[in-house]
Design a protein around this ligand. Structure first.
Ligand code: NAP
Length: 366
């Protein structure tokens, strides 16, 4: 039977460590977990079974294995030290007999995004970023539809536009919307991106290094590697949609608490084909996975055991190819979720009603 392994790591240290080690999660505080994570070895988490291709009936199995570092630790430590721990975790995948290895969340962000790691391992490696792009763009287009925001005349924004995932998301969105803000921290990188996309883009492209311009956008796709939130309630206009692909999240929990007139959706959740059991709760309902996990699984179903998405320069061709492969095997964009809860069509209707109310209040105050 063909197999895969996927590396996860704690994102919210206390909550995620408790999922595997309840006692440790209870007695250690966040800073202590951060600190001790440096000395933890890679951890075997679970076997994944029940995945079956809709197209071919092929069944595969896989494993979750964990790199113990938290996002803060991965950003603080020298890249070499982090690579070493990820490679050690990758060796565990090799021992288990995995045919392909996926790098989850920050293990795919650090340094050169998988290139050094892949060179040091015999097992083929993928970051899962190509399918993450495809699912994020699909999700924001779906959300625009249900919120009745016509794409062709919409103003959109990509936050973290200079990143590996952000760049291709911007490239794809620029085909559909009227105006697109490219938001990042480095002006030179933004300029380079704008000049490259401008050649084919349908949208007017505007660069920005501040979040203030978000007030102008109806559709926002955010995908930074910041270790804390970067989008606050006051940045957003009533009725806007924010698709948060980043882990840890970019959108402050305050947005959910203070703004009932905005639709925030988690980017990157898909339904997995077959009666899958992950034997581990990573915070999603049964049968659903992150898009980056799905890329790894889809490649195993397809028998494509090769380094697939690596490095910071993703290509549109790879995004389109993995989209086809995944859809063929039965991966589907899942319903909307927001801050780990399902979003119903009734809730979307309520958001739209509240947005109309907020707009009226704003006009009255002018
Ligand atoms: N949901 C999923 O399935 C999934 C899959 C894979 C990855 N992810 C998540 O996607 C995110 C991005 O990954 P990536 O590989 O694209 O990372 P990346 O290549 O490192 O790009 C990160 C982007 O974020 C910007 N950024 C970093 N810190 C920031 C801050 N404090 N404020 C504003 N912007 C900031 C960077 O700007 P500069 O260019 O100025 O540095 C860059 O544009 C991560 O959170 C990762 O965990 C999610």
């Amino acid at each position: 039977m063909d197999t895969f392994a996927f590396i996860i790591h704690p994102i919210d240290p206390k909550r995620d460590v408790s999922r595997k080690f309840p006692l440790l999660g209870r007695v250690l505080n966040e800073r202590q977990i951060d600190f001790f994570s440096t000395f933890f070895p890679p951890v075997y988490i679970s076997e994944i079974e029940g995945i079956r291709s809709e197209a071919t009936g092929k069944e595969i199995k896989g494993w979750f294995i964990a790199c113990p570092y938290t996002p803060r630790r991965m950003m603080e430590l020298p890249a070499r030290t982090v690579y070493k721990k990820i490679i050690q975790t990758g060796r565990l995948a090799e021992k288990l007999g995995a045919n392909i290895l996926g790098l989850g969340a920050f293990t795919s962000v650090v340094g050169d995004a998988g290139i050094t790691i892949a060179k040091s391992l015999a097992v083929p490696v993928t970051t899962g970023d190509s399918f993450t792009v495809s699912v994020a763009v699909d999700a924001i287009r779906e959300a625009a539809k249900v919120m009745e925001i016509p794409l062709e005349t919409a103003t959109a924004a990509v936050v973290g536009a200079t990143g590996a995932i952000g760049q291709v998301c911007a490239e794809l969105l620029a085909d559909h919307v009227e105006r697109l803000y490219l938001i990042g921290r480095r002006e030179d990188a933004l300029e380079e991106l704008r000049d490259r996309l401008q050649v084919h883009a349908r949208a007017e492209l505007i660069m920005s290094t501040t979040m203030d311009v978000l007030a102008d956008a109806q559709l926002i796709l955010t995908v930074t590697s910041a270790i804390h939130d970067v989008i606050q309630p006051e940045h957003l206009q009533p009725g806007s949609v924010v698709c948060d692909v980043a882990r840890p999240r970019d959108v402050s929990a305050m947005v959910a608490a203070a703004r009932d007139d905005i639709l925030v959706i988690d980017g990157g959740m898909v339904d997995v084909p077959g009666p899958v059991d992950f034997h581990f709760n990573f915070g999603f309902p049964p049968g659903k996975a992150y898009a980056c996990m799905a890329e790894t699984i889809a490649l195993a179903l397809e028998g494509r055991f090769e380094d697939y998405t690596l490095g910071k320069h993703l290509t549109r061709e790879r995004v389109e190819e993995i989209d086809k492969i995944s859809k063929k095997h039965g991966f589907r964009l899942s319903g909307f979720r927001s801050f780990e809860r399902e979003v119903t069509l009734e809730q979307i209707e309520t958001v739209r009603r509240n947005a109309t109310r907020s707009r009226k209040v704003r006009v009255a105050q002018m």
